[in-house]
Design a protein around this ligand. Structure first.
Ligand code: NAD
Ligand code: DAU
Length: 359
């Protein structure tokens, strides 16, 4: 049995679905079900006994202690977090609460449980913390990609809170010997991605005939990794990663945002042309930039390849086509996540600070 936190969110749910499709070992899935957590993503697991879903907070020590004692996991994989940079700018408190305080409390619960394990299970136990490339800050054009040695320079409330959580994880290994692993991954995309993030937002807005809001000049660069490749990297690090080490995970797919948006538009032109025959790119609307917007991220994932033999399977071209096809085939999932809370966010964010003429 493993304990996964945040397993009703985008990456966590993909991880749980892939895990249970590939092996017998069960999963206890602890998720608070914030706006970003969605049980519908896990609907196919309704009758799967190997999946135990528990609604709760990683910062609820009594609950986490109880789950650890009851299920005796051999590993914890921590996805739970507030994950959206724009939301962290509007309201940083939740980010500190979950990403920093929550991770701290989770580490303390896990430390107590781990200390009580018999020697063989104690040695085999792992705490894998899922983090981000944003902790390294922003790169200039031509600068080499982030390695595991790059110093932390987080720039947003989100990345600062994730950096703090990474430091806590590191310290719990160094000071208490907790057997931890940390992964720092670039931008994921794929099925079940909440439509507040760039790629799903562009697909959903395009199909709804709304503007496609591109921040600033659209030339900010991200490295994109298909979510299932991130999940396979996490499985590999959990299996064979060296204790206390961090591993960068990336797709070798650096692209400016405007290119991503144009690619999505071109795929939609092909797969679901507009009724009026015009290209979706006509809906692109440049809007006010994100405050403190990091210009470029790039990930050097060679350590993971060299030490653990991991490489992404999807190219951006194959992954983005699968993603657009998934959104076209899953309109109901999209409609259901666009709840009142989602509409309020879109209204607040794009009508005020970030938006100039966007929906
Ligand atoms: P997400 O926002 O889609 O999902 C987060 C999940 O965590 C949700 O299901 C939410 O309900 C749950 N959650 C939030 N607070 C919680 C709490 N206090 N207790 C329990 N559950 C809680 O995020 P995601 O995109 O799936 O990201 C997952 C993890 O991966 C995060 O730690 C994020 O920092 C990291 N990450 C994300 C990306 C990316 O591109 N999305 C890239 C690198 C790293
Ligand atoms: O790099 C990893 C990170 O990637 C993760 O740690 C975060 O959890 C995840 O949300 C993501 O952060 P970004 O800020 O890079 O992702 P987002 O999809 O919000 O934005 C991607 C880029 O697109 C970024 O440069 C901002 C821009 N953007 C985003 C939105 C939502 C736009 O131009 N318009 C938009 O409407």
């Amino acid at each position: 049995m493993i304990l996964v936190t945040g397993g009703a969110g985008f990456i966590g749910a993909n991880f749980v679905l892939d895990w249970l499709a590939e092996q017998q070992e069960g999963v206890v899935n602890l998720d608070k079900l914030t706006y970003a957590g969605n049980l519908e993503t896990l609907a196919t697991l309704k009758d799967v006994k190997a999946h135990v879903f528990v609604r709760g907070d990683i910062g609820d020590s009594a609950l986490v202690d109880k789950l650890l004692a009851e299920h005796q996991p051999r590993a914890v994989v921590n996805f739970a977090a507030e994950s959206h940079v724009d939301r962290s700018i509007h309201g940083p408190e939740d980010f500190v609460q979950t990403n920093v305080v929550g991770t701290f409390r989770l580490l303390e619960s896990v430390r107590g449980y781990w200390n009580g394990l018999p020697a063989d299970r104690k040695a085999a136990f792992r705490f894998l913390h899922v983090s981000t490339d944003e902790v390294y800050g922003s790169l200039k054009t031509g600068e080499p990609a982030f390695t595991e040695e790059t110093k932390y320079e987080p720039n947003s409330p989100y990345s600062a809170s994730k950096a703090a959580s990474d430091h806590l994880v590191r310290a719990w290994h160094h000071t208490y010997g907790l057997p931890v692993l940390t992964t720092n991954c670039s931008n994921n995309y794929g099925p079940y991605h909440f439509p507040e993030k760039l790629i799903p937002l562009m697909i959903v807005n395009a199909l709804a005939g709304k503007p496609l809001p591109v921040y600033g000049d659209g030339m900010q660069v991200r490295d994109w990794l298909y979510v299932k490749d991130h999940c396979s990297a996490i499985r590999r690090v959990l299996e064979a990663g060296r204790l206390g080490e961090t591993y960068n995970v990336g797709g070798w797919n650096e692209k400016p945002n405007i290119e991503i948006v144009r690619t999505v538009c071109a795929l939609l032109d092909e797969l679901k042309p507009r009724a009026d025959g015009k290209p979706y790119s006509e809906q692109i609307a440049y809007v006010v930039d994100r405050p403190g917007h990091d210009r470029r991220y790039a990930i050097d994932a060679r350590k993971l390849e060299r030490e653990l033999g991991w490489k992404p399977e999807e190219t951006f071209e194959t992954g983005i086509r699968k993603t657009v096809e998934w959104y076209l085939a899953n309109g109901e999932w999209v409609r259901n996540v666009q709840s009142g809370a989602y509409r309020e966010w879109v209204q607040k964010h794009y009508a005020s600070s970030a938006g100039k003429g966007a929906a």
